[in-house]
Each structure stands twice: as C-alpha cells, then as structure tokens.
Design a protein around this ligand. Structure first.
Ligand SMILES: Nc1ncnc2c1ncn2[C@@H]1O[C@H](COP(=O)(O)OP(=O)(O)OP(=O)(O)O)[C@@H](O)[C@H]1O
Length: 756
C-alpha cells in the first residue's frame, strides 16, 4: 500500500459520513483498504493538537486576523490580490464567521466514523509526530516573518503545486487537521486554505504544517522552494536593515544634522541625455547647445527603469549622467532609501547599491558575482552559493554611483562572456558582464556618472541614457527654506539670490546652492543680524571661488589623489588660458576634435568637474563629442583666474602682447593698476559685454577675503595691496569715457566685487 495512504489511514480520516468526492478512484480504493468502520463516536480533536492547547507545548501567536493584513499584498508585493491556480481570483473575507472558534465546532454530529486500524502506539506516535506543527517561541522568530509574509510565501508555494498535487495537499490537510476545517478544504481556494491555517496555527505553525505536508507528499522541489524562499526573505530583511544602517542616518549639512528626507528635494530626471549645459546668462544671449529636436520628458526616481509594474524579462541598463554637483549621490541615496522603505522598485528582491569609489579599491583581485556580493553586502553571506542562483524568482537591482570614479576602460565590445555567478574573473570583466546582464538571470542596473563615461550601445539589453535635470526656480527657494530653519534667515537668503541674477542662474546646480547657503550661514554666525545688510562679503566671486575649492578638494581627495594640491595651479592656468581665448571670441564649445587630449579631458570633466561633455548631433547623422564649461560663468571665472594667477605668480600682464610694453613693465615691476587698466580697456572693446562678468570676477579676486582663498594657487607672492583707491579712480575715469550704459553699469559692479 502506498505509504501515504497507510499513514493517512493510521491517523484516521475521522469523518466517516464525509466522503471525499474530490479524491480520485485510486485514492478512494487505497483509502478503503486501510480503513474499517468503527461505529463509535470520537471527538474530532483527538487527531492532533488543538491550536488553543494550553499545555505549554505550543506557543501560539495570537495572530492578527490575516484578513486585516493582506489588503496590500500580492504575490509580487503589489497592490492587487493574486489569482488562484484555478484561474479565478479570490477575494479575502474581511469578516469571517468561521475563524478560530470554527476549528472546534465540527464533527459534533458524526455518528459513524471512518477511523484507521489501530496499529502499535509507537507507530501512531511516529506518524502523528510527522504532522505536529513545531511552534517555536516568538522570541526566536526572525523579524522578516510577518503575517503578510507568511501568507504570501505559503500561497506562492501552493501555486507551485500542480492541480492534482494541490488537491492531494488539501486532502492530507483535511485528514490530519480536520479540526481546522468546518468543511472539506477541497472546496476552498488557496487563499482561504492558507488563511485558515494561519488563523488556527499561527505563523510558524502554518509554515511547519505546510512543510510537513509537502515532505509527506514528497514534493521535494516545492518544499525546497518554500525553504529557500524563507531563507531569501530573511536575507532580504537583513540586507534592508544593513542598508538602513548605512543610508538612513541623518545627514550633516553645514555642520547640522538633518533627516535626509528633510534635506532632499526631488529633482526630475530627463528622459534623454545630451541636453547640453544651462546657457542662461546675465549679460549674453547664448544659443542653446543641445542636440535634441524632440522635447524630453521629466521622470522621477521611481521611473528611472521604466514603468514600475512592467515585467520585462530583458535586462535593463540605465546610464544616468549628471555634471559635478548635480545631485547624483543624493539621488543614489534617495533611491536606496525608497527601496528600503518599499516606496519604489518593489519588484527588485535585492538591491545592491555600490559606490564605485569603494569598488575601485577591489580592483586587481578576481571575484565571482557571488563573492563580490558577499564581500560588499555581509548579510548576503547567509545564503549558500547554491541559494544565490538568482533565478527567475529573484530580481536584483544594482545601482552604481560614480562610475567615472572607477577609472577603467570598460570594454563593452570585446567582452569576455561570464554567465556563471561562481566564475571568478578580474573585476573589470565581471563588471561589464554584470552591467550587460550576462552573469545574472534577472537583474537591472542603474549607473550614475559624471558625463565622461560612454558605453557603446549594448544591443542585447534594454539600454537607456538619461540625465539628471537641474534645480528649477521653485527648487532653489525650497532648498534655502529647508536649509535655514529660521524663516527670516531663509527669506533673506532667497531675497539675496533673487537679486543677483548670476547667482540665481547658477543655483540651478544644487552644489552651488549648498555653497551659497554655507556662505550665508557663516555670515549669519559671524555677523548676526548685521548680515541683514543684503550682500555677502566677497561678492559673487567668493561664491565661485568656494565652488572651485569644493570641486578641487574632491579632485584631490577622491578622484586624483596622485595629484597634490600644488598641481592644481598648472591645471587651472591651462584651463583658464583656453577659457580666456574662448571668451574673447565669445565661443562656448570645445570640439573634441580640437582637443583630442584624453588626459586633459579626464582632468577637465572627471577629475575637476569644471567641464561637461555631451554629444552634439551632426545633422542627425552622428554624434560629435563636445566639451563646455559647467556654465558660461565658470568659463569667465576660469579666464579671470588665469589672468589673476599669471599676475600674482609670474608678475605677468597677459593682455600685454606688445614686446616693447612687456619689456617696459618688466623694468617698472608688475603693477596691479596696469593689469586692471588693460583688462577694463579690453572689456570695453566688446560692446556686447562678453567680458563683463569676467571683469567682475577679476576685480573680485583682488578683494582681501578672496585673495586669501586663492593664495594656495599663487605661490609665495604677496597679495595685491592698497588697490582700492587706484581701482576707484580707474573705474571713475573709464565710466566717464564709456558711452554704453550697460558697460558703465558693469564697471560699478566691479567696484562692488572689489569691496571698494
Ligand atoms: N536633490 C537634492 N536635494 C537637496 N540637496 C541636494 C540635492 N542634490 C544635491 N544637493 C546638494 O548638492 C550637494 C552635491 O550633491 P551630490 O554630491 O549628490 O552631487 P554629485 O552629482 O554626486 O557630484 P559629484 O559628481 O561631484 O559626485 C549635496 O551635498 C547637497 O548639499
């Protein structure tokens, strides 16, 4: 006789009058073999432990009614209830008349029982034990094991059974735990069966019973699925907690701690890249340099990979560009926190956020995907290699921040194929395979980078290039409102920003907003209410100098540590000279063909972040790589810095091109007044104002506070001293001679920058 049947029989089906019309004939026959009728009345609860036994053997969790908790569940964690195998969807009963108490109310009228032949007591005990739910104390329960989770996992498991197996599952349940069902579970759909199990036996009990029945049915694969799923959910929970520790701490802004959500402003993402720089300018009208004819749409964090609910089986790779300080790392954090809080990307079972700066430290070693994941995410080590098969059930999402910092030529063309997650390979090869979705059954990847990394378009994946948008005007104000808790201070800063057109435009860059806020915070601290005056000490030049220092500090600390701070000056001179030439001809693009110097490009775009790279479509035929400064005013600042440092370090007036003048000034010794006179005359030659902001910066650099900040680039030379008087008389004279009101106005602004 089939072992299954004998066991069933030995325990007793217990309900003689209740046939099982659903059983197939074979089962009926076997059942008949193993049973005989005892016309004796038997309480139904003698077959197994009653869920409410209070003999200390069971720790029953007084579970919430499952129906209270299932509302938001689906098999994928979404918001609709899953369909049963039978194809009809089941809705959960919100009010059930038959929970708990119903477990005890059955059988009372049975007069004739179909009970098993009684074999030895041990035999019965053995077989009975097979079905005992081992209910552990709640204290040992893994926190991932919630009612919703348990419900989902059992439902998912039962869906793996074939129709016949499911019937058999229900039949075994019915025979072993009759007290739990007022009618045969065959007529119940899966959700109701699971609901009932949870109701009667609690979380661990329901799981144990499911496992026991599956073990008994010898459906090894389904049992493995259940066990592995439980383990994976535990690890997913632990991974979430691990990431929570790392990412959900308050962030420090301007020396103050603040919850991330209070600091973060949602910046949209452009559905297309290569939008070019923001060319809005206080004085000039600069043609937009983008290469798109079609408008792009704006997306939010949750939309990065496309529609949340899309179940595309093809691997998606999104390359998200953003210039330096555009908020990529903030977005990265937001992305992770949203996943932890289950606000977005819920279809990603595991999220692996990786800082490329950290990944870079591992270069030189070989890793398999599994060892890499276990190294970077310790909770993953709980899973055996075999459990990390990353099958269809488990979608992973990799998000990499700062691929430009990884600094490797990732070869997407001559790819060494890696398909086995246990296969050890050099990190670069593994990374390429990971990004192309080769080594992982189902994964997606989002890569954040300064616009220097370019991939060839991998045709075998769903590849998209997107770009982080800039702060819009309301975002700029919102940033300051969040940054300054004192509304008066916030209002004062907003008023200042709005009154300075160049500052207002530059605040499209979140990092610039941070610099402005830091400067105002310092001013409020040092001057208190006096800072109400309106302007910042050091004018706008100081803000640009601070921005430069932040970017250079990053260059030195993280991106190019091999270059000491002394090496900043030659780089800045090089960049500045080019900026001045471009400014004089009112040019704002550097064509890659003109400047096909990889190392220089690397310094300008990746290491310093002062430049931006994007593709410009050539009559729709091909894309030409173009470099620009982060913003035209950064070009003007770089040009002014070149003029200033040349004078301070080398005593050189870059505007003196005439050999005789050069010799004469060498003999006289460098004079700031001469330099500034040449610069003013040069700027006034251009009626369109192309050198206006440049000139303001140049005067601003002679301001005492700015000279201090710029001293590291000027060697041991003494600062420009006692210049205010000379500058005032120079500006007055030139203003008198100048016919153009806008240029005259600009000369006054130069004096303000100088602080004279
Ligand atoms: N969405 C945002 N909300 C609020 N502040 C932001 C936001 N994005 C950026 N910031 C501010 O700008 C600063 C720079 O942002 P972040 O470091 O994210 O830029 P990034 O694009 O990663 O720069 P890099 O290319 O240098 O790595 C942050 O420290 C923060 O103060």
């Amino acid at each position: 006789m089939d072992e299954a049947m004998s066991l069933d029989s030995s325990l007793g089906e217990a309900v003689s009058g209740r046939g099982h019309p659903e059983l197939n004939e074979e089962e009926e026959e076997e059942e008949e073999d193993g049973l005989y009728y005892i016309p004796e009345r038997r309480p139904s609860l003698d077959l197994g432990p009653a869920p409410m036994d209070i003999d200390g053997r069971y720790f029953m969790e007084q579970a919430l009614s499952p129906s209270q908790s299932y509302g938001s569940m689906t098999s994928e964690g979404g918001s609709t209830l899953p369909e049963d195998n039978d194809g009809f969807s089941t809705s959960l009963k919100l009010e059930r008349a038959d929970s708990f108490s119903s477990c005890y109310s059955i059988d009372s009228d049975d007069c004739e029982k179909k009970t098993p032949k009684i074999r030895s007591e041990d035999d019965v005990k053995d077989k009975t034990d097979h079905f005992q739910p081992i209910i552990k104390p709640n204290a040992n329960r893994h926190p991932s094991m919630t009612l919703a989770f348990t419900f989902k996992i059992i439902c998912d498991t039962l869906r793996k059974l074939s129709e016949g197996e499911l019937r058999r599952f229900k039949w075994v349940l019915w025979s072993q735990y009759p007290q739990s069902f007022s009618t045969s579970p065959q007529s119940m759909d899966t959700l109701d069966v699971v609901d009932r199990l949870l109701d009667c036996y609690g979380l661990e009990g329901a799981l144990d019973i499911t496992k026991n029945v599956l073990t008994y049915m010898e459906t090894r694969m389904v049992l493995n699925y259940l066990e592995l799923s439980c383990k994976r959910y535990e690890v997913q929970y632990d991974l979430r907690e691990h990431l929570r520790e790392k990412f959900c701490q308050d962030i420090s802004i301007g020396g103050e701690k603040m919850p991330f959500s209070d600091a973060y402003i949602e910046v949209p993402i452009s559905s297309k890249a290569n939008n070019g720089p923001n060319n809005e300018h206080e004085v000039l009208t600069i043609k937009k340099l983008n290469s798109h004819r079609n408008p792009h749409t704006k997306l939010f964090t949750k939309d990065i990979l496309g529609h949340e609910d899309s179940d595309s089986r093809s691997h998606s790779l999104v390359l998200l560009y953003g210039v330096a300080g555009s908020g990529k790392s903030m977005l990265f954090k937001k992305f992770v926190i949203d996943w932890i809080e289950e606000r977005s990307h819920k279809n990603a079972f595991f999220l692996f956020p990786i800082k490329c700066r950290e990944l870079k430290k591992l270069r030189g070693s070989e890793f398999s995907l599994i060892t890499l994941i276990k190294t970077l995410f310790p909770p993953m080590a709980k899973l055996e290699d075999g459990d990390l098969k990353f099958d269809r059930e488990v979608t992973s999402l990799f998000i990499l921040d700062g691929l430009d910092e990884y600094k490797a030529n990732l070869d997407f063309v001559n790819i060494t194929l890696v398909t086995d997650p246990k296969d050890k390979q050099p990190l670069d090869i593994l990374l390429v395979n990971l990004l192309r979705g080769r080594v992982h059954f189902k994964s997606d990847a989002v890569v954040l980078s300064r616009p220097a990394v370019s991939f060839c378009n991998p045709l075998d994946v769903n590849f998209q290039v997107k770009e982080l948008c800039r702060f819009g005007d309301p975002d700029k104000d919102e940033y300051f409102r969040r940054r300054f808790r004192d509304p008066d201070q916030a209002a004062r800063v907003i008023e200042y920003v709005q009154s300075q057109k160049t500052v207002h435009i530059m605040c499209h860059l979140p990092l610039f907003c941070r610099v402005v806020a830091d400067e105002w915070q310092r001013a409020f601290r040092e001057q208190g209410a006096a800072a109400a005056g309106g302007a910042l000490p050091g004018g706008i030049t100081r803000l640009y100098t601070q921005l430069l220092l932040v970017l250079l500090q990053q260059r030195w600390l993280t991106r190019a540590p091999e270059r000491s701070p002394d090496q900043h000056a030659p780089f800045l001179m090089h960049l500045g000279q080019m900026a001045l030439e471009m400014q004089e001809r009112c040019g704002f693009k550097i064509h890659q063909v003109d400047r096909d110097d990889k190392e220089w490009n690397q310094e300008a775009v990746v290491n310093s972040g002062l430049c931006n790279k994007y593709g410009l479509s050539q009559a729709g035929l091909y894309m030409l790589d173009v470099l620009t400064f982060l913003h035209p005013t950064i070009q003007e600042y770089a040009a002014a810095l070149y003029v200033y440092i040349s004078f301070r370090r080398d005593g050189k007036n870059v505007f003196e091109k005439n050999f005789k003048d050069m010799v004469l000034s060498k003999l006289k010794g460098p004079k700031a007044a001469d330099l500034y006179k040449s610069a003013v005359e040069k700027s006034l030659q251009h009626e369109d104002g192309r050198l206006d902001i440049f000139l303001r910066f140049l005067f601003g650099m002679a301001n005492a506070t700015n000279q201090q900040l710029l001293q590291p680039f000027c060697g041991s030379s003494a600062p420009i001293a006692n210049f205010a008087k000379d500058a005032t008389s120079l500006i007055s004279k030139k203003s008198r001679d100048c016919q153009h009101p806008k240029r005259r106005d600009n000369l006054q602004r130069c004096l303000e920058e100088l602080g004279a």
